[in-house]
Design a protein around this ligand. Structure first.
Ligand code: ARG
Length: 570
């Protein structure tokens, strides 16, 4: 549709120049005004002419009819007509068959790709949990938005580097080492995983309230770790390993792999160079013993670089990491996906990078997202209202198992399908809303097979598989559109490549999720209205099978872009 819209805009600009001697709108202006009307009875594409009435100083209906007259015969359309103040265009069946249908069938898993990112590299920093801390529903956003953005960038031709910037450094490791020495056992932690580590951490805090020396001991342990003490280093590595083991289970369920696990500790030896540079450029100010970069001029609180005792901070590590990534990957964009709560942190250190004279500072992109509550309740680590991702997924999978047992007990790959549908339901539900919105997660709605849900979309995909499995279609035979539902479905298929580009530009996977529902709705209407296997003639049947294939390709590719799997049977 992108192509057709582009051609239409250029033809319309010509028509406008003919119809109006003064102030005729140009191609780009028209392209930006073209819309897909929600009700397609009058047309599939519309130009709302009220947008032109100011510059042309005429009433919208007059503009519409003048343009309609001047634009008759533009190829690709059956109907070009003024309806009130709108100029409407109905895409021809011939166009849909020759361009959309063929293309969507032939390109298969490449359908919808673009090459905007050809020759470019993008680094994506996402998931990035703090080691030895629970991996909870608050991390769902960074993990699935981040990975979906990686997939959308890959689909757009970018070379993508996914980095799990683990929070694996800081004084909390001193506390953990200290607590482990006092109360921990290897077996318990091997068995209990992160939960056992978190329990130690909690115990440390409780005990430190009573025993004032504990915090000093923890600081001393961290200092030893910083000085590469062998035993402490071994413990620290082991804590990371235990944590990763658990994260991996969740990542695997989501189909996520990373290109790098370089976490905060990796940048320890890369910070001095940057700190030195800040010092030489006179960017550092001493404030109550700490080194800061004053950002008052830019309306922000100062960016902390070094604590009073000389230890580095979160922003310091981010700055060193950005420089390292630029040198290592020569990125065109470096994307950070975190909750909106960290927006100030990113704005601050992006500014510092700019002040340091790095001319690539504007290639750094922060992609924030809103908060999640569960069944109306806000998460709070302190009150223990924490829902682990692992548990959330397990719960969803279990519920899907029950549905399968009831509806399709003989299903092959039962476990695999339950996992794909359960995990998919959670992800889909999450990615349905624009990312910046705060989300209330309701498991019942996520798992419903009706409405705008993952199970509904995956079920629709499985339906296309079942239809195509029942008949041998000739994908090369000539097709003829005979019903409005066929046209409507193909038109929806044709919008996919455009949606990918919109999602890419807005860093917004929800645009793909919404598109999936639009597509499934069009497919299910087509399925209700048009008999496929029992169609009235061989040629109608074959056309409908081809349309089903085209829809399947668009749907499958779209689902993969938001991290959902596509089981063939559910
Ligand atoms: N570990 C951090 C947290 O859990 C997120 C890290 C995001 N990435 C970054 N480069 N700062 O809040």
């Amino acid at each position: 549709m992108l192509e057709l819209k582009k051609k239409l805009a250029s033809s319309l600009a010509e028509a406008a120049a003919k119809a109006f001697s003064e102030n005729a709108p140009g191609e780009d202006e028209i392209a930006a005004m073209l819309e897909y009307p929600p009700d397609d009875t009058l047309g599939d594409i519309a130009l709302p002419c009220f947008k032109l009435s100011k510059t042309l100083r005429q009433a919208p209906p007059k503009i519409a009819s003048a343009l309609a007259e001047a634009s008759q015969g533009i190829p690709g359309f059956d109907r070009i007509a003024a309806d009130g103040g709108d100029l409407n265009f109905k895409v021809s069946g011939e166009y849909l068959v020759l361009n959309v249908l063929k293309n969507a069938i032939d390109t298969g898993e490449n359908y919808g790709k673009n090459d905007i990112g050809k020759g470019k590299t993008v680094v994506l920093d996402y998931a990035s949990p703090n080691v030895a801390k629970p991996f909870h529903i608050g991390h769902l956003g960074t993990t699935v938005i981040g990975h979906s953005l990686k997939l959308i960038h890959q689909f757009s031709g970018y070379n993508c580097i996914g980095i799990n910037h683990l929070g694996d450094w800081g004084t909390q490791f001193g506390k953990l080492i200290c607590a482990f020495r006092l109360w921990g056992s290897r077996e318990e932690i091997e068995k209990g995983g992160i939960d056992a580590l978190v329990a130690l951490y909690v115990k440390f805090h409780a005990e430190a309230e009573k025993d004032g020396t504990l915090n000093d001991r923890a600081r001393a342990e961290f200092k030893k770790l910083e000085e590469h003490d062998e035993e402490n280093t071994a413990l620290w590595k082991w804590f990371i390993e235990i944590s990763l083991r658990e994260y991996e289970i969740t990542f695997k369920q989501l189909g996520i792999t990373f290109d790098s696990y370089n976490g905060e500790s990796f940048y320890t030896d890369k910070m001095p160079e940057q700190i030195e540079k800040m010092r030489e450029m006179n960017l550092l100010k001493i404030d109550d013993g700490a080194s800061i970069v004053d950002l008052e001029e830019y309306g922000m609180p100062p960016c902390l670089i070094l604590k009073k005792v000389g230890s580095t901070l979160y922003p310091t590590r981010d700055i060193a990491a950005a420089v390292y990534r630029k040198r290592t990957y020569n990125f065109d964009k470096c994307i950070y996906v975190t909750s909106a709560g960290q927006s100030l942190h990113f704005a601050q250190w992006f500014k510092v990078v700019e002040l340091m004279g790095y001319d690539w500072y504007n290639e750094l992109v922060h992609v924030p997202y809103g908060t999640v509550s569960i069944n109306g309740e806000k998460l709070a680590t302190r009150t223990g209202n924490v829902v682990l991702l692992r548990d959330l997924f397990a719960q969803a999978i279990e519920k899907v198992h029950a549905v399968i047992d009831e509806k399709n007990p003989g299903l092959e790959n039962r476990d695999e399908v339950a996992e794909a549908v359960g995990v998919g339901a959670v992800v889909f539900h999450y990615l349905y809303n624009s990312r910046i919105k705060d989300i209330n997660f309701v498991m019942e709605s996520a798992l419903s097979f009706d409405g705008a849900t993952g199970p509904y979309a995956q079920y629709t995909y499985a339906r296309t598989c079942s239809i195509l499995g029942k008949a041998d279609a000739d994908m090369n035979a000539e097709a003829v559109i005979t019903s409005p539902e066929e046209a409507r479905l193909l038109l929806t298929v044709s919008k996919f490549p455009e949606r990918v580009i919109q999602a890419l530009n807005a860093y917004e996977p929800s645009m793909i999720t919404r598109y999936i529902i639009e597509l499934c709705t069009a497919f299910n209407r087509f399925y209700q209205a048009c008999p496929i296997i029992t169609a009235e003639s061989k040629s109608v049947k074959n056309t409908r099978l081809q349309i089903t294939k085209a829809a399947q390709n668009a749907l499958g590719n779209a689902l993969h872009l938001i991290c959902l799997k596509t089981p063939e049977k559910i």
